[in-house]
Design a protein around this ligand. Structure first.
Ligand SMILES: *[C@@H]1O[C@H](CO)[C@@H](O)[C@H](O)[C@H]1NC(C)=O
Ligand SMILES: *[C@@H]1O[C@H](CO)[C@@H](O)[C@H](O)[C@H]1NC(C)=O
Ligand SMILES: *[C@@H]1O[C@H](CO)[C@@H](O)[C@H](O)[C@H]1NC(C)=O
Ligand SMILES: *[C@@H]1O[C@H](CO)[C@@H](O)[C@H](O)[C@H]1NC(C)=O
Ligand SMILES: *[C@@H]1O[C@H](CO)[C@@H](O)[C@H](O)[C@H]1NC(C)=O
Ligand SMILES: *[C@@H]1O[C@H](CO)[C@@H](O)[C@H](O)[C@H]1NC(C)=O
Ligand SMILES: *[C@@H]1O[C@H](CO)[C@@H](O)[C@H](O)[C@H]1NC(C)=O
Length: 542
């Protein structure tokens, strides 16, 4: 009987782990949300448009949470089309099923609902959610997520008087279905029509501050392609956090925020009491988009005056130098009480180097984009569901090479395999004249190097192996490279994408399947019981 005993003990063990997991989750607080997603009239640029609203709001409601909170978000899709939300920067530890991209999660059909059960496990910082299907992000449906430190964990700056989320980004006055049609026909999209701050154009939003007090602003670029420079007339900002990492606190007169990125700055109302411009302008493109909001002192006696402050020179090296100056404060705590510097990422041996080149190509007479020669197309079934329900023929692991090749680009459902617990280097190479912004779901990574020209093994000599910032979205400047270190400690199916949304829509993305041969809830939770079924997963029982 030893064998049966082994099996029995094995299942007892998994049961124990399951209970443990349940208990740990139960100890952490729950926050419940009910969201009604509808179309509604919005006027972001003064023209009536049909926007995607959540509980009647554009942008959607902010999610306020504390490290380890369970977020139970019941989303009712009252659009006449499928809908799916994803959570930029929320790591979904052991739980890629709820990541909310089509490679992991079935869309919510019109008229139905789905309850996301997320845990912001071991995370702090500033992030956002957005609709991930097609080009729905161009219609709204996005909102801010903030994760505060638990009360006993020290934060390396005094409590701010208030904490404002500011969503910036470019905007089209054309709706998302029309934009999709243009791209599906293989045509180029026009340049976006404008820039928005929290869903409003020029001067539409006011942030109130009291003289002498200090405020935290969490700024996320939720737009579709453009980098924006952010600044406040007459005020210096102090950078304090980047996507969950407390940074060395540096004074800034302005900050470049690439598409998909989030930053926290502190601002002290230390100027004469009046109204000041908050200004954003697009960067590195021939055409310019800009808009303003207002910083109003509560004792203000003067409306905004003068011209909005101009952006710094639209020079890549200015932006590159700023990016390199962003460092982790090694002695500050992150989500746990131990200092962020206690994880010595620079001393871990790299077991694999992946080179990622995203490029444009014409495939089948249509404008497409690809990664290492493969232009991603969705399968008929979410890849993660196919994986966990053992549905074969949906995707092939290894359908994208580790480096660019000389083959003609082609379409495929590209999935790269990787081993759980491997520690890898990824070099993003950008040979084009357009800035790219790469995001990895399920992880934060260390941005060890960034420079103009071609990457070579000698470039490793310039890496920052001590206090590089750990984040989830990183820019790659035109004709430049960016290198990251990534510890694969989160089993699952994870989307790697260019946040430049046209490029992602037309194939510049793939999935990383981080695999553990041991099927254990210690490494990955089972498929949630309420998981929606679609494609070939409809028939399949787990
Ligand atoms: C959602 O909003 C629509 C339009 O306002 C309304 O008809 C519907 O009853 C709402 N549904 C829920 C579940 O609140
Ligand atoms: C849909 O909402 C109901 C509550 O109105 C809830 O009981 C049910 O679990 C939700 N469905 C899913 C798939 O989450
Ligand atoms: C988008 O605009 C087109 C007209 O250009 C219209 O036919 C379509 O219904 C609109 N779609 C949405 C979702 O508003
Ligand atoms: C806005 O953009 C225009 C060019 O389109 C530029 O001339 C102007 O300086 C910009 N304004 C601000 C405040 O950045
Ligand atoms: C780093 O964090 C510590 C808290 O451990 C704080 O006292 C210090 O001011 C921070 N230093 C900088 C330069 O941000
Ligand atoms: C890393 O690799 C070096 C050289 O191959 C080796 O000497 C060292 O022991 C390795 N370190 C670890 C932590 O495995
Ligand atoms: C998965 O399916 C393959 C055939 O498609 C089968 O050989 C294998 O045993 C299945 N594995 C499990 C765990 O069901």
């Amino acid at each position: 009987m030893p064998r049966r005993n082994g099996v029995f003990l094995g299942s007892l063990y998994s049961l124990a782990v399951l209970c443990l997991v349940a208990i740990v989750n139960a100890e952490d607080p729950y926050r419940f949300f009910t969201w009604n997603v509808t179309y509604g009239d919005i006027y972001p640029m003064g023209i009536r448009q049909q926007g995607i609203l959540i509980n009647g709001q554009f942008p959607g409601p902010e999610i306020y949470s504390v490290t380890n909170d369970n977020l139970i978000i019941n989303v009712f899709n009252n659009l006449p089309e499928p809908f799916l939300l994803s959570w930029n920067g929320i790591q979904q530890r052991r739980n890629s099923y709820v990541d909310g991209v089509y490679g992991t999660t079935c869309p919510i059909p019109p008229g139905q609902n789905f309850t996301y059960k997320l845990q912001v496990k071991d995370q702090i910082g500033s992030f956002f959610y957005f609709p991930s299907l097609g080009f729905q992000k161009a219609g709204g449906g996005f909102g801010a997520i903030k994760i505060l430190s638990r009360p006993r964990i020290p934060v390396p700056f005094a409590d701010p008087a208030d904490d404002y989320s500011i969503l910036i980004g470019d905007w089209y006055t054309t709706n998302h279905t029309r934009l999709e049609k243009i791209m599906d026909l293989g045509w180029r999209l026009p340049f976006p029509n404008g820039a928005l701050i929290n869903g409003r154009g020029d001067g539409g939003v006011t942030y109130n501050v009291e003289q002498g007090k200090t405020y935290r602003l969490r700024i996320s670029n939720v737009g579709l392609q453009n980098t924006f420079n952010f600044r406040i007339q007459g005020h210096t900002m102090t950078l304090v956090e980047v996507e969950g990492t407390h940074t060395v606190q540096t004074p800034l007169s302005s900050l470049d925020i690439h598409v998909g990125q989030s930053y926290s700055v502190l601002v002290t109302a230390d100027q004469p009491p009046q109204d000041y411009y908050i200004a954003v302008s697009s960067r590195f493109t021939g055409q310019n988009l800009n808009t303003t909001a207002v910083l109003r002192y509560t004792n203000s006696n003067k409306p905004v005056s003068g011209t909005p402050p101009p952006p710094p020179n639209a020079d890549i090296s200015w932006s590159l130098n700023q990016a390199r100056s962003i460092r982790t404060n090694l002695t500050a705590s992150g989500p746990r009480p131990n200092p962020q510097g206690s994880y010595h990422y620079g001393q871990i041996n790299i077991t694999r180097t992946i080179k990622i080149t995203g490029s444009a190509a014409i495939i089948g007479r249509k404008q497409r984009y690809h990664v290492n020669g493969v232009s991603f197309v969705d399968a008929d079934t979410p890849l993660k569901l196919a994986d966990s329900l053992n549905i074969s023929g949906v995707f092939k692991v290894g359908s994208i090479p580790d480096e660019p090749t000389n083959k003609a680009p082609y379409l495929d459902t590209s999935v790269m395999g990787a081993d759980f617990r491997a520690f890898i280097e990824i070099v993003f190479e950008n040979k084009e004249n357009v800035i790219q912004s790469w995001h990895i779901d399920g992880y934060n990574f260390f941005v060890v190097g960034m420079d103009g020209g071609r990457w070579s093994v000698k470039s490793r000599d310039t890496y920052n192996l001590v206090d590089a910032v750990s984040r989830c979205t990183v820019q790659v400047y035109p004709k430049s490279w960016t290198a990251i270190y990534l510890g694969l400690d989160n089993v699952g199916m994870w989307n790697i994408r260019n946040e430049f949304w046209v490029r992602r829509y037309l194939g510049e993305q793939f999935y990383l399947r981080v695999y553990s041969p041991v099927m254990s809830p210690r490494d990955e939770y089972p498929l949630p019981q309420n998981a929606l079924r679609c494609g070939r997963a409809v028939e399949k029982r787990s």
